[in-house]
Design a protein around this ligand. Structure first.
Ligand code: ADP
Length: 175
């Protein structure tokens, strides 16, 4: 049974076995969460990402997949990088967004991570509406087959936190 917690915070300040990065497929850094993780985590994360580019992901990490690196100076053992889909109003890409959460948990299981912190993937620069992003995130984690004990959603601002809280109440078993 996985416990789901919500916190309003900067994900780079969190302590967890693994911190998930809303990366882009280049794995070479970007804005938002990605930029913050590389800034605070230091150059070791980028060095691992470059090594992954040189070996397994020469064409970049495909959308919906996940891969782990060191967490550098962050208060975590691993960063799990996943590439969310860009939101498109005329096309249903929700399976790819769900895949980001599921694949990140699969990688966490492989690593033996007990606690995992997630940002709200795709809800920043990639434009996914927060309410729908929260619904997909919570549903996917709630139904995932994983040994991760605690999933923590780290929401950057109060509106995002409130939206996740409303969705979590709604999906609480027994209600
Ligand atoms: P994406 O490209 O997948 O949309 P972003 O990093 O642009 O990724 O945004 C994803 C979500 O993370 C947004 O809701 C954004 O507000 C939030 N965010 C940005 N910086 C941080 C941070 N340091 N900690 C937690 N969440 C963050």
């Amino acid at each position: 049974m996985t416990t789901i917690r919500l916190v309003r915070s900067d994900i780079t300040r969190e302590r967890a076995d693994a911190i998930v990065n809303a990366a882009n497929s280049s794995l070479l850094g970007g804005g938002g969460v990605d930029g913050a993780i590389h800034r605070r985590g230091g150059p070791a994360i980028l060095a691992d990402c470059r090594a992954l580019r040189a070996s397994r992901y020469g064409r970049g990490l495909p959308t919906g997949q996940a891969v782990a690196t060191t967490a550098g100076d962050l208060d975590a053992t691993w960063v799990i990088h996943t590439v969310g889909p860009v939101y498109a109003a005329g096309e249903d890409r929700s399976a790819l967004l769900a895949s980001c959460y599921r694949e990140s948990l699969r990688v966490a299981d492989e690593l033996g991570a007990g606690t995992v912190a997630f940002p709200a993937i795709s809800t920043g620069v990639y434009g996914w509406p927060m309410d729908d992003g929260a619904r997909i995130a919570l549903e996917t984690v709630r139904t995932a087959d994983t040994r991760v004990r605690e999933v923590r959603f780290v929401l950057f601002d109060e509106p995002a936190h409130a939206i996740f809280a409303a969705r979590l109440d709604e999906s609480a078993p027994g209600d």
